[in-house]
Design a protein around this ligand. Sequence first.
Ligand SMILES: Nc1nc2c(c(=O)[nH]1)N[C@H]1C(S)=C(S)[C@@H](COP(=O)(O)OP(=O)(O)OC[C@H]3O[C@@H](n4cnc5c(=O)[nH]c(N)nc54)[C@H](O)[C@@H]3O)O[C@H]1N2
Ligand SMILES: Nc1nc2c(c(=O)[nH]1)N[C@H]1C(S)=C(S)[C@@H](COP(=O)(O)OP(=O)(O)OC[C@H]3O[C@@H](n4cnc5c(=O)[nH]c(N)nc54)[C@H](O)[C@@H]3O)O[C@H]1N2
Ligand code: SF4
Ligand SMILES: [Mo]
Length: 706
Amino acid sequence: MQASYDTQCPFCSVQCKMRVIEERHPDRQRPTYKIEGLPNAASEGRLCVKGINAYQHALSRERLLRPLLKSGGVFREITWEEALGVLADRISDIQAEHGPDAVGVYGGGSLTNESAYLLGKFARVALKTRYVDYNGRFCMSAAASAGVKTFGLDRGLTNPLSEVMHAECIVLAGTNIADCQPTLMPYFTKAKENGACIVVIDPRTTKTAEMADIHLKVKPGTDAALANGLLKVVVEEKLTNPSFIASRTSGYEDVQSYVTSLELTDIAALTGVDEDDIRRAARAFGRAGSGMIFTARGVEQHRDGHMAVRAFLNLILATGKIGKPGCGYGAVTGQGNGQGGREHGQKADQLPGYRLIENPEDRAYVAGVWGIDPADLPGKGVSAYEMMELVHKRDIRALLVMSSNPVVSNPNAAFVEEGLRSLDFLAVADMFLSETAMMADLVLPATAFLENEGTLTNLEGRVLLRGGDRPAPGEARHDWRLLSDLAARLGKGAYFPYTSAEQIFEELRVASKGGAADYYGITYERLRREGGVYWPCPDPEQPGTARLFERRFAHPDGRAAFAVAVNNEPGEKEDADYPLVMTNGRMLPHYLTGVQTRRSPALLARELENVMEIHPRTAERHRIGDGELVRVASRRGSMIVRSRLTADIREDTVFVPMHWGGVQNVNNATNPLLDPFCKMPDFKTSAVRIRTLNAADLAPLEAQEG
Ligand SMILES: Nc1nc2c(c(=O)[nH]1)N[C@H]1C(S)=C(S)[C@@H](COP(=O)(O)OP(=O)(O)OC[C@H]3O[C@@H](n4cnc5c(=O)[nH]c(N)nc54)[C@H](O)[C@@H]3O)O[C@H]1N2
Ligand SMILES: Nc1nc2c(c(=O)[nH]1)N[C@H]1C(S)=C(S)[C@@H](COP(=O)(O)OP(=O)(O)OC[C@H]3O[C@@H](n4cnc5c(=O)[nH]c(N)nc54)[C@H](O)[C@@H]3O)O[C@H]1N2
Ligand code: SF4
Ligand SMILES: [Mo]
């Protein structure tokens, strides 16, 4: 017996389409599975190792099947009736005693557009709390806010992926596409075959950097200075585009005088990149007839992530490389719905369609769609990590976490854990008992990609409809349905009457209409027929907008805005006590905090435990061999990882992936210093010291395991 399900990979922002074919055999206990990539415009039918094995976690025996309530420290299964009753009662009690803002909601970029939209509506309409935010703060906030300030609009890629191969020069800054969006690699290799010059900016020689013609092995946390150095050379060698600058931008003079006042030798010393290499890269980009710049978390997860991105955008504007074929900017979006998840209102300051909650017209419009009085909409709340600070202060007393594992993914994890423990009530909707779910009072079983139909918006701004026909296991329930059911228990059922994801999308279309991220012209029927539609798409008769900014930018004056990005030191510098810089990021087989990929045997087998990449000469200085257990400590905390010696990394830097919790969690040590513009934490520069573990260190761990 065979069943086949057309769906999309649950992991990264490419959103590769796939078919999962399930075959039941009369003579075998368990079905077998075959995975096929399905043709689509982004991945062109390709899948990476994570996509191919994604069915494994979705079908894992560890899936949560029924709600779990903790009493006396032990979970027991309860019915949904009971679970919704407990949750509604606790919310009502806590709000009656401490006010509506005592309850917070924390979402994620894996949620479908429908669920993300509903989470925002649920917070504002059912709970009337100002405290809603999501994990995208740690992901897209620096690039998104830089796009808004520079162009007047934030959409991951300003032009379609298909144009990448026609770019003559491509700068990949702090983005490791080979491991993080593997199915996009052919676009870049084709560009290279077509003669493009590829510049990679990364402290490590990643698989992405292996393809580079010029690799700038930057010291973590100094990208703004490096981008300024590139622009300085472009300006001084007259490689700018004066007519573009004059007709389409504002603010160039200040930037020009700032970068010309800088000395390239100072920049080389700060960034650890050779002056000649800076010159070569600047000339390659400046002289190319077309070119694109991509940034990702390597540039963005710093205390100056917003300004570091703007420094790269200055380079695009000064050379006029945007709004035409093979030219543009790409903020390489991370999560499956990292793009749509930031458009429809799960951010503290935002309403659907990129409307703003503090703008009276925007409030009036969305309140009209929701059938409420604008005066009843709360004001803006605070960012994700700041919510954790309020939890710590006990201003927020109860929290509903949906599709995130904050105790592992927030910086300064011990502080966050302490806060979550002090909550009066923690509810977590997840497919698994994640590290955060383990701490909860109530756990609600969610559905997985195979079971959950809905739309997601990929890194290009292309809206896609994901199929989800496989029946959910046990009593797992869609996130949107949980929110609707809970709203009904809170007496707000009239505002949440949905029986399908499509009904929610129909409302989202109207709520986003006229906003910057306008989905009004997109319908499920169209998505089925066309495979995907780019936003903005204000009209069902319009094709959607593939290339942005061809004639004007989205600011009222139609111009893009330059901004001076000063040369910054890293957020935390090495010293005698903490002599190395630790940065962090991803490995190919695992996804984020690893809750899903560690439950996929084929993926777990590829990387079983957390590691620290270290240069052999640095390891020798610290008397550390290959494959040893090492404690990596910052001023905030420490983790235990296995050393991996590699000459691919800078000598002053170590790299630790983010896919493990508990004693292996890199975020025990990271820095919660926030970027003032976007509240992105300074994840990627912590001063650390390292030492091998001794018997005394290991004893308590062994006792724990025993
Ligand atoms: N396999 C896999 N793929 C993923 C994910 C995953 O967890 N696993 N997560 C998805 C998500 S949500 C996201 S946000 C994206 C992230 O995608 P990326 O941002 O590409 O991933 P990272 O590994 O965090 O960082 C990219 C690179 O930045 C480098 N780097 C570190 N510090 C600096 C610095 O100061 N400056 C510069 N220029 N580079 C630096 C690192 O060495 C690393 O190679 O990936 C998505 N895809
Ligand atoms: N040190 C360091 N820390 C980082 C980063 C870094 O580079 N370095 N990167 C940051 C970035 S870019 C990101 S995006 C964050 C991500 O960090 P998290 O938000 O913690 O992301 P996940 O690990 O994907 O957690 C998602 C959880 O939701 C569950 N889940 C998945 N799909 C669904 C669904 O549809 N519904 C429900 N209810 N649950 C679901 C999963 O099982 C999992 O437990 O981490 C950030 N933290
Ligand atoms: S992880 Fe990303 S690149 Fe790999 S199959 Fe999934 S969506 Fe595609
Ligand atoms: Mo992310």
